[in-house]
Design a protein around this ligand. Structure first.
Ligand code: NIG
Ligand code: FE
Length: 387
């Protein structure tokens, strides 16, 4: 049995066996057919379409509970963040929502969102803890993350963002003892920390690096998002797998990051919605960094779950080519999660790849094939699929 995708205007291909690419020159987009030898039977008419790997969203904050739309309105109308935080907003607000929601409520919301992500082409995603904000809350968040993984179509990895905000009643140093205990007792695939003037410092990043090494997990960090902390050399010294955000990376840190085996995970949705600086993405790509795009999907800084929309913002703001953006949201993103691209995760788009960033806001995903199965066909594109 096979899924035969026929007559595509473009089939995206990356060289076999490479874990990541530092340049999109090796990404091919040529006309052709694609046959998957899988346990399903389908023929897909792909005339006029691009056929590309499924998107890998390597940075989301699922599972979370509720939203923060009122806070967004306050933010855009000019209320300073400090005032929003004093009024109980920000991460603390999402922590209260998570604590107030039942397990089933949290999982049902996250499952619906994962389904919506699938319809936008995301066939693998990562989630994080981080809205628990207490020892018990973070342990629960890790448990819910794993339960979510069991309920969604996509493979989901889980990162312990145990150092996200300093919980009330703790100093950052004291909380790191709790974060270390959580890292040792919770079932997570990677560790993350929010390094920021209002959160944790470089000494805590170094400690998280030691915890990651001791427990055999990759180290990731939210770094250089709102202020320049010079976290890059510290993270590289500890062998970080990725540095995420980088809107305010110091110019002197671009070359060392680009030379390292550490991904630059750029989050243009947060840059837009949270009015952050734009990461020097053109310079990072030109310097040969392992460039990655992700949504940062969370109820505060980036309530965006669509990778096509993220690609659109990135191409416009970063001065990236379509190939660069596609590479950053497929092969290179999978590497951040320690995965190879699954050749049986395939998207058929409703037009050429160049339309993904150009038709900003349009969802170009016509057909989603995950693990060799047709899991989503957009109703107006059903005519393409036969058995
Ligand atoms: O990636 N930077 C810290 N954490 C999240 C957002 C946290 C929130 O506002 O809920 C981020 O932007
Ligand atoms: Fe984030």
């Amino acid at each position: 049995m096979s899924v035969a995708i026929e007559g595509a205007a473009q089939v995206m291909r990356v060289p076999d066996g490479v874990p990541y690419l530092r340049s999109a020159d090796e990404v091919a987009l040529e006309p052709g057919d694609l046959t998957l030898d899988v346990a399903a039977d389908a023929r897909i008419d792909a005339r006029g379409c691009a056929v590309i790997p499924g998107f890998v969203d390597c940075h989301t904050h699922l599972p979370f509970a509720g939203w923060r739309a009122e806070e967004y309105e306050r933010k855009v109308t000019g209320v300073p963040y400090e005032e929003i935080a004093r009024a109980g907003g920000g991460i603390a607000s999402s922590a209260r929502s998570l604590a107030a929601a039942s397990d089933e409520q949290v999982l049902a919301q996250a499952e619906r969102l994962a389904r919506e992500m699938l319809q936008h082409g995301t066939t693998v995603f990562e989630g994080k803890t981080g809205y628990g904000l207490s020892r018990e809350g973070e342990a629960r968040s890790a448990r819910l993350g794993r339960e979510l993984a069991g309920r969604v179509v996509q493979p989901m990895t889980l990162t312990g963002l145990f150092a996200h905000a300093v919980p009330p009643g703790f100093t950052a140093d004291e909380w790191m003892d709790e974060a270390e205990a959580l890292a040792r007792e919770c079932d997570v695939d990677a560790l993350d920390i929010f390094v920021e003037s209002v959160a944790f410092g470089n000494e805590h990043l170094a400690r998280m690096g030691r915890i990651a090494a001791a427990t055999g997990r990759p180290l990731r960090a939210h770094a250089e998002q709102l202020s320049t902390m010079r976290s890059v050399p510290v993270a590289l010294e500890h062998g970080a797998r990725s540095l995420d955000h980088l809107s305010r990376i110091h110019a002197d840190d671009i070359a060392p990051l680009a030379a390292a085996e550490c991904a630059a995970v750029l989050l243009p949705g947060a840059e837009l919605m949270n009015a952050e600086d734009t990461a020097p993405a053109r310079a990072l790509a030109d310097a040969g960094a392992i460039c990655v795009l992700a949504t940062d999907f969370n109820p505060g800084t980036s309530p965006i779950l669509s990778i096509p929309l993220i690609i659109g913002i990135a191409v416009r703001r970063y001065g990236w080519s379509v190939r660069e953006a596609l590479l950053a949201s497929t092969l290179n993103a999978a590497w951040v999660l320690g995965r190879a691209l699954d050749p049986d995760d395939v998207l058929v788009l409703d037009g050429p790849a160049e339309h993904v960033p150009y038709r900003l806001g349009h969802n170009p995903v016509a057909v989603v094939i995950a693990a060799g199965e047709v899991v989503w066909v957009r109703p107006d594109q059903a005519w393409r699929v036969g058995r």
